[in-house]
Design a protein around this ligand. Sequence first.
Ligand code: AMP
Ligand code: GLY
Length: 426
Amino acid sequence: MKLLLIGGGGREHALAWKLSQSPLTEHIYIAPGNAGTATEPKCSNIPIAVNQIDKIIDFIQSHDIQLVIVGPEEPLVLGIKDACEKINIKCFGPCKEASQLEGSKSFAKDFMKKYGIPTAGYETFSDYANASHYIKNRDYPLVIKADGLAAGKGVIISNSVIEAEKVISQIFKEQRFGAAGNKVVIEEFLEGEELSYIAIVKDQKILPLASSQDHKRRDDLDQGPNTGGMGAYSPAPLLDEDLNNYVIKNVMEKTAYGLKQEKIPYHGFLYAGLMIGKDNKPKVLEFNCRLGDPETQPIMMRMKSDLLETILSTFDKNMMPLTIEWTDESAVGVVMASKNYPEDYLKGQSIFGLQGANNASTKVFHAGTKVHNKEIVTDGGRVLCVTSLGPTLKAAQQLAYKTVESIKWDSSFYRKDIGVRGLKKD
Ligand code: AMP
Ligand code: GLY
């Protein structure tokens, strides 16, 4: 079967790597892919950006694509699933309406409130005056979120009314987030530990993936600015059986029920970003209508089942399996980034040490890379995610860092403590 995989990050390299191992896969086109996806067996990149829906549809029709798998949120929010359905092509990823769970924070918050899904208290505003009045008498820190997609930069934690006032003014008066900031959600700051809960959801059927946690802050000891994620590990020792049952019942099942009540179909990955409080109870920070990056990299390393077979089974009402098989081993993925990420960073720097870096327990997944003059060079903030499997979390961490230390480019940096939170719990 010929597949089209949409996206060009570390998540998509991990998906391409895993999908290429399926005997059912004939060829995978990746739009636009990266230097890593280009080298996987049965894979080739195509120069189409993830938001070029019309070009994607043309490509599907002219290349006999039978299944589309979507990595990032943007094409989902733009309606790639709906466009594929119009031409009768299978697309794994939720429709435009369902993708609002990620594409509109106010939609997600109102949905959670309506269906009793635990989340932080909030208010929504669509003008400067009311928002500015509201922030005056709140407890701080306070969390301000642009309603729409903002490339991971739309959440700002303010420590004082002065800071919050500045943010509100930037959003409404200076259009800091463009149309994505036409509305803001202002919510209570939650304390605790973050956990990524990801499942395959097909309407009322919920098939959880292996547990995972990522490290969002850029610097060691969870300091510095929030990023898309500087590393991740699976399984997450934080998710014990009680917590898992609680999340299934109070987050995933309630979400599936709510979608049914709203007559919104769901078919794809659903990611609940959770904050686990001191009482070991979760609150939903956000929903994503896709897999996490870098969580996907360690999750794919641990998946024993055939990913393509699993995805295909969700298109058949009666075939969706009840479980997915995972290795008991742990996996740790360490992101190697370019200095100054998530702010401006240099691109086009030659990467050294990639040759021979992959082995039976370690895989270097590419994110922001491309081939230039036959050389692999940096092309993004997050450049690589070095992911290792080991009999324990500690062993996996050591293996990943051993390879990380052998790769470098002029402005490379990485966190030295990926997995440490899991080790504390273990
Ligand atoms: P979101 O895109 O809503 O998940 O927010 C991105 C990141 O901001 C989360 O992963 C958290 O680290 C942080 N965050 C979001 N909402 C809150 C909150 N209510 N309290 C504390 N941190 C939050
Ligand atoms: N790692 C967090 C995300 O993918 O949103």
